[in-house]
Design a binder for this molecule. Sequence first.
Ligand SMILES: Cc1ncc(COP(=O)(O)O)c(C=O)c1O
Ligand SMILES: [Zn+2]
Length: 414
Amino acid sequence: MSPLLGLQCHLCKSVFPPEAVYACGKCLGPLEPIYDYARVTLTRDTIERRPKNIWRYRELLPITGEPRTGFHTGFTPLVRATRLAERLGVRELYLKDDSVNHPTLSYKDRVVSVAATRAAELGFKVLACASTGNLANSVAAHAARLGMECCVFIPDNLEAGKRMGSAIFGPQILAIDGNYDDVNRLCSQVADRYGWGFVNINLRAYYAEGAKTMGFEIVEQLGWRYPQHIVLPVAGGTLLPRVVRGLRELERVGLVDGALPRIHAAQAAGCAPVVTALANGEDYPEPVRPNTIAKSIAIGNPADGYQVIQTVRQTGGSGISVPDDEIVHAIHLLAETEGIFTEPAGGTTLAGAMALIAQGAIPCDESVVVCITGNGYKTTEVVAGQVAEPVHLSRGFKDFESWQQTRAASHVPA
Ligand SMILES: Cc1ncc(COP(=O)(O)O)c(C=O)c1O
Ligand SMILES: [Zn+2]
């Protein structure tokens, strides 16, 4: 039997059965799954012998039967970034690279694998979401794989790659005249009336748990230890608090110990409600109207803003916001030093990490993990015109040689 006991309100601690309920019936607080930890008898050895996907930690995930999808999701590379570390002036830098997560190249495949499995267990026929792009891609792909009907709601200004990244799987796409916060409001009404399985609304408690796996993997891939700092992007605020929930759970079941890392939240300056609240000492973010190239993280009214703020404060971390030009610069730097092409969300995290290192909030002799959560092939618009054009040559060898000689002549010897 699964160790899943039910859903508990984060605020008033009331417990509910593990069904598709969005919020606490008593105080409207967010719900999170609770487990019977006494029945979680995981060892490092058991985990390491399992397939390299999110389900290697399945006792700590909120499903009751067998996984239905996500068999290749997660266990993304944790890359030791030595060239980038040198540029940033830090000793021990790692990149958690979810830009190559399966099947749709963002961290969202973790949360959707869990939500889609739970949706199937609970008998939903239609899988849906409110999305800034990546989530819609992932929901559409998982619904296709499960043979479920699918409807994704997105703002109508998304990048072409994000739109195609959903359309190819054949869902119904509804592009809404408004920003993400407008889309989300509409979807809450649809979820109430139509009983569809919205992964990030009525299935949100299950969906969010999938994000813990990023924390589990970081610890396992570091050889069962915590790093000293983790830098994460924040949009709706699902990922950051769940990574820490995952880190705490690993300690609780006896798989790791030591001091929790400091957790740092990165946002684009054009949409930084959480970072602003942290700076002003507030508990809840004041909603903003987004204006940034980082569209995947352009959420002005984050559903889990409160939890992000609590988590950052409890771990002694910080918030950092970065302007669009620094986001683009970080995308280029990551590509040129480590061969990883990320989208603006990853650029935001890296630019945020760079600013925190420069400020001394991340000391140069401490270990740091920067989470790269999405892929740059979906958002080529943001670097278009900023990279070298190809040199055009005839197919003859002579043409190549004269180009090579001109090049050699213009190179100053070292
Ligand atoms: C690539 C990418 N990174 C990070 C995030 C932030 O997610 P969260 O809503 O968990 O804060 C998103 C959210 O849409 C995203 O698409
Ligand atoms: Zn409550």
